[in-house]
Ligand binder design. Structure first.
Ligand code: COA
Length: 260
């Protein structure tokens, strides 16, 4: 990644990142550690956490791992408590844990719909709620990873669209309710990011060409585009930014290219 921020912009901060083992949120977690933050990551799968811990420690960063399912409030509370015991505080929460698959609405079971809403929406609330006292103490902040799927309509993504619309509502509500405690709450809505597993699976060559023509800036997004947006929001450059979901998609959703 080409570094556009100073290495130390998050020095002294502790970041708790859900879904921080892999994908876009894994990139954000690693970028935070590269910019001085002490990292705590949680995910359902310990093996994903181990790989990120090794990577972060490889460049001299600190990484604490704790396996938890964000749908389980008590497990989330335990993960937050373990992080505070380990690092003494939490300054930044990134809600990145998410579930996704393509499925037509008429084929999707009630449990399939509910599972994604539980991971994305309820998980975002659970982690934010469980971290509230710590964030109040540190006058910290939350970054919710969202999407642009629900700005228009995205076939085969009704579950994720509904879930991310809920995440955006949480971003706005908490920014208003918790602003008075010094807690900022923002979101990031990535557009089509090419170097993710999901996109690699989806992007057959014909579809890739078709989509490319509808991306105003003429290229697919990269994970580092999202890392840089997260670094900006987490930094002192954004202390007056609150309640915003920053769209990082090259202008794609305006042309109806919100495939993520
Ligand atoms: N198409 C349709 N329905 C699906 C599905 C798919 N590809 N994948 C899961 N579901 C449904 C299941 O059928 C089940 O519903 P049912 O009980 O009515 O059959 C429900 O979703 C729960 O599935 P299950 O696998 O038991 O849930 P889980 O909690 O173990 O995992 C996911 C849920 C979404 C995380 C899992 O499907 C998954 O691993 N997806 C890929 C990884 C991923 O999403 N990564 C994040 C990228 S943003």
């Amino acid at each position: 990644m080409t570094k556009v921020f100073n290495n130390n912009i998050l020095q002294g901060k502790v970041a708790f990142v859900t879904g921080g083992g892999t994908g876009i949120t894994g990139g954000v977690a690693r970028a935070f550690a590269e910019h001085g933050a002490k990292l705590a990551i949680t995910s359902r799968k310990q093996e994903n956490l181990d790989a990120m811990k090794a990577a972060v420690e490889g460049f001299g960063g600190e990484c604490f791992t704790v396996a938890a399912d964000v749908r389980d409030y008590e497990a989330v509370e335990r993960a937050i408590a373990a992080t505070v015991e380990h690092f003494g505080k939490i300054d930044i929460v990134v809600n990145g844990a998410a579930g996704n698959f393509l499925c037509q609405a008429e084929e999707l079971s009630a449990n399939g719909f509910g599972t994604v809403v539980d991971i994305d929406t309820k998980g975002t609330f659970n982690v934010s709620r469980a971290a509230f006292e710590e964030l109040k103490r540190s006058r910290g902040q939350i970054i919710n990873i969202s999407a642009t799927l629900h700005y228009l309509a995205t076939p085969m993504q009704i579950h994720v669209s509904a879930a991310k619309a809920g995440v955006d509502a949480i971003t706005r509500n908490l920014s208003v309710e918790w602003g008075r405690h010094g807690i900022r709450v923002n979101g990031i809505a990535p557009g089509p990011i090419e170097d993710t597993e999901g996109m690699k699976r989806l992007l057959m060559p014909e579809l890739r060409e078709k989509m490319m023509r509808k991306i105003p800036v003429g290229r697919f997004g990269r994970i580092e585009d999202i890392e840089n947006a997260a670094l900006f929001l987490a930094s002192d450059a954004a202390t007056y930014v609150n309640g915003v979901t920053l769209v990082v998609d090259g202008g794609s959703w305006l042309l109806g290219t919100s495939l993520t």
